[in-house]
Design a protein around this ligand. Structure first.
Ligand code: CU
Length: 429
């Protein structure tokens, strides 16, 4: 495509005069070991100083993030190939002449907290509207939305449950009676499938198989007992290549009835992170965002966190964490008889894999899909990339002393757009 080539980012850094490489940047970040040093420092520092991979930024930097974003021309046709449309012209050697500067500018956008500047975060835990005779009632809408993959690309015409992509996250308990009423505000028919749940057949959500399509303006009520424990999903099962690809997807988490079997008690996790990937509209995304607008994961040394990988796309994605292994404990909600360690975990379409990570080594650890065309190219990292930022004990304790909240790291992560939430079960009624 003959779109305008990306220029070097017009940030406060004089990027054209620095030869700072991403590798050097990452090495510097690893040595820094995290800490709540504002990334605004990076935005204002002389070009000779490598910005630290620290997180989150100061509030002022959050707003500066989009303002300092590189002037990459928005794609007129967002999609998995839109990255290529932005690529700078290759030099005679086949490499873009200004790769380092462009790549650094993208990293700076991530450090500046670009994801937190965007409205419409998904995966927000959903609270029942009411409890009716012991049934948890959820009132849902299916809407056309304008969704931003990042702060630079133009918003795209997408779909969302309750106005977000991903939709809000159901957090229910094994044995709960669920009534989910979906109102279709689209101008097309749809249906909702609770992927992984064992439900009565008529509640399976497959239009023309188990129910009539939900026509525009109509509602359909799904009611069942949440009896399949673990990490599950809900999504469109009607014109699904298109509708799921445009954002009709979300997480459906069923906590074990026995509190001792939940991840906070069983593994001591302090963050329980839902990570839904997609690879259609908007390109390669994690929870509806592409790097650098993906949410970082911020923890401190000694923390244990859980990540629930969910693949709503049409390709496999091997998730690779630098620095530490992941302990794989469940597939599709079912506990593994023999959990195993790995650093790269392929997640096929439709699968859910739960992993536990012991945050032992401070630093900023890249965390990305290892199909490299999904993550890094001529103009730096993009798409399925984020970072696990592990703060060392001194930085964490300094943060505790400075912040007025009891759990500043998780609070900061949430404010910075992290999709991590404490393991909890909403108490209603
Ligand atoms: Cu991938």
């Amino acid at each position: 495509m003959n779109e305008p080539r990306a220029e070097a980012a017009p940030t406060s850094l004089d990027l054209t005069s620095t030869s700072l490489s991403r590798r050097a940047l990452l090495r510097a970040g690893a040595l820094t070991g995290g800490g709540l040093v504002a990334a605004a420092v990076a935005a204002c520092a002389p070009a000779a100083a490598a910005p630290s991979w620290t997180y989150p930024p100061a509030p002022s930097a959050l707003h500066a993030g989009s303002a300092t974003a590189p002037s990459v021309a928005p794609s007129a046709t967002p999609g998995s190939s839109d990255h290529a449309s932005h690529e700078p012209a290759p030099s005679a050697s086949g490499q873009p002449a200004d790769h380092d500067a462009i790549a650094l500018a993208v990293v700076k956008r991530f450090l500046d907290g670009e994801g937190a500047t965007l409205d419409g975060a998904g995966n927000v835990p959903l609270t029942p509207t009411r409890v009716d005779g012991g049934v948890k009632v959820f009132e849902m809408t299916i809407d056309r939305i304008q969704h931003r993959i990042d702060a630079v690309k133009e918003p795209i015409a997408a779909l969302g449950y309750n106005g977000t992509w991903p939709g809000p996250r159901f957090d229910v308990v094994e044995g709960d009676r669920i009534r989910a009423v979906f109102k279709n505000n689209l101008d097309e028919s749809t249906g909702v499938h609770f992927h992984g749940q064992r439900v009565p057949n008529k509640m399976d959500g497959v239009p023309l198989v188990t129910q009539d399509p939900i026509k525009p303006g109509e509602s359909f009520t799904y009611e069942f007992e949440a009896r399949t424990v673990g990490s599950h999903m809900y999504h469109s099962h009607h014109n699904a290549t298109d509708q799921v690809g445009r954002g009709l997807l979300g997480a459906f988490i069923v906590q074990p009835r026995d509190p001792a079997e939940r991840y906070d008690a069983k593994y001591g996790v302090s963050q329980d992170i839902v990570w839904i990937s997609n690879d259609s509209l908007g390109g390669f995304t994690i929870n509806g965002r592409g790097f650098p607008a993906t949410a970082p994961i911020v923890a401190k040394v000694g923390d244990t966190i859980a990540i629930r990988f969910m693949n709503e796309g049409s390709m496999t994605h091997p998730w690779h964490l630098h620095g530490m292994p992941m302990r794989v404990v469940a597939r599709d909600g079912y506990p593994l008889p023999a959990p195993f360690l790995c650093d790269t975990l392929g997640v096929n379409p439709g699968e859910r894999w739960d992993v536990i990570i012991k945050c032992e080594d401070p630093g900023a650890w890249a965390f990305h899909c290892h199909i490299l065309p999904h993550a890094e190219g001529h103009d730096g990292m993009f798409g399925m990339v984020t970072a696990l930022v592990i703060q060392d004990a001194s930085a964490a304790s300094a943060t505790v002393a400075a912040a007025p909240v009891t759990d500043p790291i998780r609070t900061a992560a949430a404010q910075a757009g992290s999709t991590s939430f404490i393991c909890r079960v909403p108490v209603v009624g």
